[in-house]
Design a protein around this ligand. Structure first.
Ligand code: N01
Length: 558
């Protein structure tokens, strides 16, 4: 095998597909590219594969989609041989799985770890990107796939003095690979989203004291995790084809059976009994298997919220703390709800205290701790569970498209995409799992985008094209659909980070596909059946033939 990377100063390393990000989507894209015979390299800023599941290694970080629905389905052998220990696996197991996939499919030799993209500039003449990376290498890539995800840029609020703290300070989304010793420490956790909801109960018993700084309460419900029994393991294997069929086609990308009754079909008492059942059901089924009018009927979601409020009051013994934990300004599903284990119970422990930042905001962080309007508290460790700048990773990569236009500028009012896969004016750039992406089980939807991209590239290859971008009309139609349908989404512009509302100054625009996977499937089907007519394809000038020649000679292969 010859080496892909030619490190002489005259010839930059050249590759047909350069993928950025070794998360679940990037690894799948790499697998599919190699399977199709493309030369491909994957660049990853982290020192290991896993993406989200590499960086978010805080205590109790785990799936809230069922393990076997989040995992890959492209190989029955892989599915058969990997035994998930729990219905919702924890981060160490997920990271092991993704490493196993990298080894099992011989992906690792195509992956460059510890390598961050600093710019990616499209050259219209050659129809390729010059991609500069942190070690100074320039790659030349025909196709650039940014599998950088939506939850990959950690957000630190601009709290005065944050940098002054001299104790240990961590963000859940940038957790160190060496273990953090919480034992006997005075710990602050800021933020009560999904990450805060997981780490708070996980460390409560270990620490000397835990002070939770909550700005807005959330509707957190039990994950209801448990080990997968031997019988279930057998069933999962025996039913692979049916499971795959459901996951490949269901609108949610989950296995949960949609409920066929509307809330109005049941009496108040029956609805309460049903909510009790949902409370005890796994993960997202509280949404996906709720009444059929769940997403269209705010009264139902209000009633379900009141039911959860009752649960919070019944679990948390101190009524003032219970009241602070109950959201007052949003109802269930106006924000992406967290699913956790023992979250409310943690506040009954004598060493755990809740501070409501609505009542007593943080004034500053000092060298020793945190000062609120209510006084000062010293800490050994501060955990920032303050979330992410959703879908921001793409804009900060220094991408330049036609005429040198910066993606950052093109999207200054929010992303414009076609199917959340490509943007007009940025040929040969793909971003599965990015903006305008899934509102459901991410890997399933992101996988649909990767599969479609590979079909598109196969069509292009057959027809002698090597440059592709969506037409403006297709992009406008899709982006207008996203804006118009956002009004029908249960998520709210005031509260949900799906609208960018967690980041001060960020434009408020819907960042996922509110019409869901069904519309994505429809648009893909129409595109295929019209020979991808909503894309503009061409053959780049001078080195268009190089790819084919290189493939024949093996120049690009590793
Ligand atoms: O982040 P978040 P996350 N002062 O944005 C608070 C996925 N995920 O990391 O609501 C004080 O939800 C903020 O308060 P407020 C999942 O998709 C999945 O928890 O803005 N606090 C909020 O409480 C999830 O939705 C799993 O008022 C401030 C918190 O920080 C997504 O990642 C596990 C603040 C941020 O919550 C993000 O979750 C973990 C400030 N200035 C994450 N600014 C699974 O289970 C923000 N906050 C698979």
């Amino acid at each position: 095998m010859t080496s892909l990377v030619t490190h002489d100063s005259f010839a930059p390393p050249r590759v047909e597909m350069l993928i950025v990000g070794a998360g679940i989507t990037g690894l799948y894209q790499l697998y599919r590219a190699l399977e199709a015979g493309l030369s491909a390299v994957l660049l990853e800023a982290g020192e290991g594969v896993g993406g989200t599941w590499f960086w978010n290694r805080y205590p109790e970080a785990r799936f809230d989609s069922e393990s076997y629905t989040y995992a890959y389905l492209f190989s029955k052998e892989l599915y058969d041989e990997w035994r998930w220990s729990e219905h919702f696996a924890g981060q160490p197991e997920i990271e092991r799985y993704l490493n196993h996939v990298a080894d099992r499919f011989d992906l690792r030799r195509h992956i460059r770890l510890g390598t961050r993209v600093t710019s990616a500039v499209f050259d219209e003449k050659s129809g390729s990107y010059t991609v500069q990376v942190s070690d100074g290498t320039n790659y030349q890539a025909r196709y650039l796939v940014a599998a950088t995800g939506v939850l990959s840029v950690p957000y630190y609020p601009a709290v005065p003095g944050r940098e002054d703290f001299t104790g240990e300070s961590y963000h859940t989304g940038l957790w160190p690979t060496t273990p953090v010793d919480f034992k006997g420490k005075r710990v602050a956790v800021i933020g009560t989203g999904s990450s805060g909801g997981q780490i708070i109960p996980a460390i409560a018993d270990e620490v000397a004291s835990l002070t939770v700084y909550q700005r807005s309460p959330n509707w957190c419900t039990p994950l209801n995790n448990r080990p997968i029994t031997e019988e279930e393991q057998q069933e999962l294997r025996a039913n692979f084809d049916a499971i795959k069929q459901t996951l490949d086609t269901s609108l949610s990308g989950f296995l949960h059976q949609p409920y066929d009754r509307a809330s109005t079909d049941d009496s108040v008492e029956d609805r309460q009994a049903f909510y009790e059942k949902l409370w005890n059901s796994p993960g997202f089924s509280k949404m996906t298997a709720n009444y059929s009018d769940f997403f269209t009927n705010p009264d139902l979601r209000k009633e379900f919220s009141d039911f959860i409020a009752g649960k919070i009051r019944s679990i948390v013994t101190d009524p003032v703390t219970a009241d602070r934990l109950i959201p007052k300004s949003h109802i269930y599903a106006q924000k992406r709800p967290p699913y956790a284990t023992g979250f409310y119970e943690a506040f009954n422990k004598p060493n755990v205290k809740l501070i409501s930042l609505k009542e007593t905001p943080i004034q500053k962080v000092t060298a020793k701790g945190i000062e609120t309007e209510d006084g000062f508290q010293e800490f050994d460790i501060i955990v920032w569970a303050t979330g992410f700048d959703f879908a921001r990773a793409l804009q900060r990569m220094g991408i330049r498209g036609n005429n040198g236009v910066a993606l950052e500028n093109a999207w200054k009012d929010g992303p414009h995409t076609f199917m959340g896969i490509q943007a007009a004016g940025f040929p040969n750039l793909f971003f599965p799992g990015g903006p305008h992406g899934a509102a459901a089980n991410n890997p399933r939807y992101n996988g649909d985008q990767v599969d479609f991209t590979m079909e598109l590239l196969a069509y292009m290859r057959e027809h002698g094209h090597n440059v592709v971008e969506p037409s403006r009309a297709a992009e406008d139609e899709w982006s207008n659909m996203v804006s118009a349908m956002a009004a029908y989404s249960p998520f709210s512009p005031e509260h949900s980070y799906y609208f960018g509302s967690n980041i001060p100054g960020k434009p408020r625009t819907f960042l996922i596909n509110p019409a869901g996977r069904g519309v994505l499937f429809d648009v893909m089907t129409k595109s295929r059946s019209s020979q991808f007519s909503n894309f503009t394809m061409s053959q780049a000038g001078h080195d268009g033939a190089d790819d084919k020649v290189a493939l024949r000679t093996g120049e690009y292969s590793l």
